[in-house]
Design a protein around this ligand. Structure first.
Ligand SMILES: Nc1ncnc2c1ncn2[C@@H]1O[C@H](COP(=O)(O)OP(=O)(O)OP(=O)(O)O)[C@@H](O)[C@H]1O
Ligand SMILES: [Mg+2]
Length: 352
């Protein structure tokens, strides 16, 4: 079942279009992240889902029920959503404990649940303090605990870890993920931190200028990005030119299996010129016998667990390649020649 379903959502402020024909389906119990640069519409999207903004066009469904379209609107407090806003926005006149317990029934406000949540965010001893007596990061953690307190069906987290320092950030975010997973709560985490999105989420929605460009597992975002631009953004990318033929693409480094032949817009027919993505770890430094090409070593970078080689391809003498090898103990010297193979399928896009 989909906990959240958004269809054809448009939202603008005045004449500025912010969300454009946006579609998103989040199945129950999953943890997704929305990743995009500043101003791409992430907070606006969460505010529409929570009911603080109204959709202009399209619909929002929660647990199968329409909560927003031309004819329906369900008030935010009736949506069972835990919303942790980007700025925290605590009630200044309430203690930490009362902020966290705010949405709970009166009898639960001083109970075990509030204490557990405060411990989880590392604020066990601060229940009696007021927001002005906390640092920015501590206030953000109180807001996080408050969002989780009502046992929501859906939690919306708007950059909740951004003001925590590095050591606390990784432990708090993994705790939060674990708590949500254990409770089976569906969650949407907004971030512009790539590592955070890819390491925490079951699926990542990449948003640019109010549109979702790709919604996929972290592994597929890396291995099968939907455009060359996204390929460059997520890790090192090598590009080769090739020609499509019978479901493979012929490149200067041999024929490669084409994995996105069916999803390429307009289709890939034989003879189409393609831009082919090869990730650094797809290269294998081969032996003379099975190699599909050769290259000169320009430079090597040793990282212990692996190494990165910068190569100049011999097929044209101008294409540079970034190759990652796990055999870091036996690196070829700069200036020497290496033999290359490419393993695995590739994705490619028509060159227009
Ligand atoms: N209440 C508002 N009135 C007018 N324009 C707004 C309003 N809120 C947001 N905007 C504009 O809408 C666009 C998207 O804003 P939004 O806050 O959704 O971006 P964001 O992706 O959350 O960015 P950030 O990563 O900086 O938080 C921006 O250009 C912003 O200036
Ligand atoms: Mg924002």
């Amino acid at each position: 079942m989909n906990e959240l379903e958004i269809n054809g959502l448009d939202k603008s402020y005045g004449t500025q279009g912010v969300l454009r024909n946006l579609n998103l389906e989040v199945s129950a119990g999953t943890f997704i992240s929305i990743l995009g640069p500043s101003g791409s519409g992430k907070t606006t999207l969460l505010r529409v889902i929570a009911g603080f903004e109204r959709a202009e066009r399209g619909s929002v469904r929660l647990g199968g029920e329409v909560v927003d379209d031309e004819t329906h609107f369900v008030e935010p407090e009736r949506r069972r959503i835990g919303y942790v806003p980007q700025d925290g926005s605590l009630f200044p006149h309430l203690s930490v404990e009362r902020n966290v317990g705010f949405g709970l029934a009166r009898r639960d406000r001083r109970g075990k649940r509030v204490a557990e949540l405060l411990d989880m965010v590392g604020l066990g001893g601060m229940a009696e303090r007021f927001p002005h007596q906390l640092s920015g990061g501590q206030q953000q953690r109180v807001a996080l605990a408050r969002g989780l307190a009502i046992d929501p069906a859906l939690v919306l987290l708007d950059e909740p870890f951004s003001s925590l320092d590095a050591s606390l950030r990784s432990s708090v975010r993994h705790d939060v993920r674990q708590i949500l997973k254990n409770a089976g709560t569906t969650a949407i985490l907004v971030t512009h931190d790539q590592d955070e999105a890819l390491s925490l989420a079951d699926r990542v929605a990449i948003i640019r200028e109010g549109r979702i460009r790709q919604f996929d597992t972290p592994a597929r975002i890396y291995a099968q990005p939907s455009s060359p631009e996204l390929a460059r953004e997520f890790g090192d990318a090598n590009f080769l030119e090739g020609i499509a033929k019978n479901g493979v693409v012929e490149t200067p480094l041999g024929p490669l299996e084409l994995e996105n032949a069916t999803s390429v817009e307009g289709g890939v027919s034989d003879g189409t010129k393609l831009l082919v993505l090869v990730r650094p770890e797809q290269f294998v430094l081969g032996t003379d016998h099975d190699a599909v090409g050769t290259a000169r070593v320009l430079d090597t970078e040793f990282y212990g667990h692996d190494a990165v080689l910068k190569l100049l391809a011999d097929f044209d003498g101008t294409t540079t390649l970034t190759v990652r090898t796990s055999d870091a103990t036996n690196l070829p010297a700069p200036g020497s020649q290496v033999f290359l193979e490419i393993h695995g399928g590739v994705v490619a896009w028509p060159i227009v």
